[in-house]
Design a protein around this ligand. Structure first.
Ligand code: PLP
Length: 380
């Protein structure tokens, strides 16, 4: 089995499963309970909160646990629209956001907010200037992802946020850092964000848990009403096993970000080189390291539709993605934002690496694609 769909989800680390198991079997109390079992569960959460906040260079108080990045971004965007969008109505975002941000902003637009979606330039790169130029006195929110999940492009979030904060200090700055966290450095002091969405299952944690970093002083209107958990901003009994597992995943990964980055870059370069020697392949990711995460490579196998190639590879137990896993095969429009023509976008394959991906696995993938090019010709 060759798993090359790590941007969709990663395999939970053994120590993460162990830690979650401890919380299920031993520390199963409700963290809000006042007795010993409650306290122990609370301590498990405190530890995770400390690890995750520390990894960002923030304080435990800044971290709110959620059910995943989708909820984090919904809370960040809807919560700040409700708290800060009474007089000012303008929101700036990129044209390539994940559905969790894109659809949430579509909904806010339907409710009367003005949403400006910034496109990349003719080279498929985002220019900080284009975001900054769009900000004015009526703007209350900017939402930008740090690493885009279909092609791995890096957006100039630190530059945009730093410059906007100087000129318009009241604008709320949200960053979806899901595909960046624990892969490239993500520090609050560099990012200058007010709100950062994170997800555990992209970093060898478990599905169903995420976090929202909230800068001190930022007010969010809660999406839910209920008890006093997570300062009443996110009421409901916390999933202690998942949260403790999230903390363990970060503990495991936080000290090896540069080493893993370099190792994964070697693998991406290796695959890029193999693909460059094949006919009818077109690369959709940016190949410049400064503009692209090494963890994702998107390319098109001309004339063979994504799903056909995906299932052909699946028969050989090679697992890739046809683009964004969340879009379930539906076109997201992200590739067309980068000027990829429809006939190539329909044939896109996303390979997303992990630290465990081996060069032999990439050889096998390329062989299988070459075979596919021969065998699938009639299915064009
Ligand atoms: N943001 C990005 C960039 C993603 O890739 C994903 C996952 O696909 C999400 C948000 C959603 O994360 P979650 O599955 O934790 O809701």
């Amino acid at each position: 089995m060759i798993y090359l769909d790590n941007a969709a989800t990663t395999k939970p680390a053994e120590s993460v499963i162990r830690r979650a198991g401890e919380c299920l079997t031993e520390h199963f109390g409700n963290p809000s309970s006042l007795h010993k079992f409650g306290l122990n569960a609370q301590l498990c959460m405190d530890e995770a909160r400390k690890i995750i906040s520390g990894s960002l260079g923030a304080e435990p108080d800044n971290i709110l646990f959620t059910s995943g990045a989708t909820e984090s971004s919904n809370l960040a965007l809807r919560g700040s629209a409700s708290a800060y969008g009474k007089r000012k109505k303008k929101i700036i975002t990129s044209a390539v956001e994940h559905a969790s941000v894109r659809s949430t902003l579509d909904t806010l637009e339907q409710q009367g907010f003005e949403v400006i979606r910034i496109l990349p330039d003719e080279n498929g790169r985002f220019q900080a200037e284009d975001f900054i130029r769009a900000v004015d006195e009526n703007t209350f929110l900017i939402s930008m992802m740090l690493v885009e999940n279909e092609t791995g492009r890096i957006l100039p979030v630190p530059e945009v946020f730093r410059r906007v904060r100087k000129k318009y200090p009241d604008v709320i700055l949200h960053c979806d850092a899901v595909q960046a966290y624990m892969k490239i450095p993500v520090k609050t002091k560099d990012l200058q964000a007010d709100l950062i969405s994170l997800s555990a299952h992209k970093i060898h944690g478990i599905k169903g848990v995420g976090a929202l970093y909230i800068r001190k002083g930022v007010r969010l209107t809660p999406l839910l009403t209920g008890g006093k958990q997570e300062k009443s901003i996110r009421p409901g009994t916390e999933s202690v096993p998942l949260i403790a597992g999230f903390g363990e995943a970060v503990r495991l990964m936080q000290n090896t970000i540069p080493e893993r980055l370099e190792a994964v870059q070697t693998k991406k370069d290796y695959l890029l080189n193999l693909l460059s020697n094949m006919p009818e392949i077109s690369i959709n990711s940016d190949t410049d390291k400064n503009y692209s995460s090494p963890y994702i490579l998107n390319f098109s196998v001309k004339g063979i539709r994504s799903e056909i190639m995906l299932h052909y590879l699946e028969q050989k137990e090679i697992y890739v993605s046809s683009g964004s896993a969340c879009s379930k095969g539906a076109k997201s429009g992200v590739l067309s934002a980068y000027h990829v023509p429809d006939n190539l976008a329909d044939c896109a394959v996303r390979v997303s690496f992990s630290e465990e991906t081996s060069l032999q696995e990439l050889d096998t993938l390329v062989q299988a694609i070459a075979e596919g090019q021969k065998n699938l010709i009639h299915k064009k």
